[in-house]
Design a protein around this ligand. Structure first.
Ligand SMILES: [Zn+2]
Length: 288
């Protein structure tokens, strides 16, 4: 795999587009509690992409390329200290412009890794992907929305059991803390072992104020204290394997459809963020 941005323009032009796959990570710089860094989603997206690219190069006769990650994302809860969010409209436009540029270079297998589960982000990214594919023929897939919804290669029964027992773990809880412990334990502050569980019901996750309330003074939603590196390894492996499965199927243009469209895309009220006033990023000023 190679960083596409380190090639010269004529080297890019000479790559065999029919045997190339390009990965693009789009994720936010965003608070992740008092125990994980702001770049958590970016680091996760880069880890999952890297491992998926390694697998793809072993399985298919392709060369994988990637770009420096774009720290750009939309989110429904913006008020917490430390986050840099963008509107759905801007996220959509940046995604569109990046994809159109790659598409015009001739790449036909472009993979967007939107490693931030917020529906606003997934919808903004998918809107851009749909428009590009409609205009240029199928050349992009953004599988993370569906992977976050549970579409994946088979999970171990142990992982499934954990997810059932420790559900409602949405943001910087045991799932993300485990993933980060596996990626690099130096990024995880020890305080995670002592953090209390937050309480929120599935249905409350669509209400911004209820999310904010559940985040309290810390900024996570879930149970960080159950995290460990071994679970993180399995979670990361499952995610990379699912991405690899989606891209392999997409490459052959067969069977990829279950990863193609984000399940929540058709819920129209979730598109309200594209409106000018409703979609304003709500930043909160804090005096020094
Ligand atoms: Zn995250």
């Amino acid at each position: 795999m190679r960083d596409l941005s380190l090639l010269t323009w004529n080297e890019v032009r000479e790559t065999d587009k029919s045997r190339s796959v390009v990965f693009v990570v789009l994720a936010p710089i965003e608070e992740h509690g008092t125990h994980l860094p702001l770049a958590t989603d970016i680091l996760e997206g880069e880890c999952w992409s890297r491992d998926a690219m390694k697998m793809l190069e072993r399985r298919l006769e392709v060369e994988c390329f990637y770009l420096p990650s774009f720290p750009i994302a939309a989110a429904s809860v913006n008020e917490f200290y430390g986050s840099i969010h963008f509107s759905m409209k801007l996220t959509y436009e940046v995604t569109y412009d990046v994809l159109e540029s790659l598409c015009y270079m001739g790449f036909r297998n472009i993979v967007v890794i939107a490693s931030h589960a917020d529906p606003q982000h997934q919808i903004a990214v998918e809107k851009a992907v749909r428009k590009i594919n409609k205009k240029n023929g199928l050349c992009v897939i953004a599988p993370m929305g569906q992977i976050f919804m549970g579409v994946s290669v088979e999970k171990s029964s142990e992982l499934q059991k954990l997810e059932e027992e420790q559900g409602n773990d949405y943001h910087a809880g045991w799932v993300e803390t485990s993933c980060m412990l596996c990626i690099d334990p130096d990024h995880v502050r020890d305080v995670y072992q002592k953090l209390p569980d937050t309480e929120i019901a599935d249905k409350d996750m669509i209400f911004r104020k209820r999310q904010l309330k559940a985040m309290g003074e810390y900024g996570y939603i879930g149970s960080p204290k159950y995290a460990n590196a071994e679970i993180g390894k399995r979670l990361n492996e499952n995610c990379s394997a699912s991405i690899c499965d989606a891209v392999e199927k997409f490459y052959y243009r067969e069977g990829y459809q279950k990863y193609e469209h984000y399940l929540l895309y058709n819920i129209l009220p979730l598109h309200i963020g594209f409106w000018k006033i409703a979609g304003k990023v709500r930043r909160k000023k804090v005096s020094a």
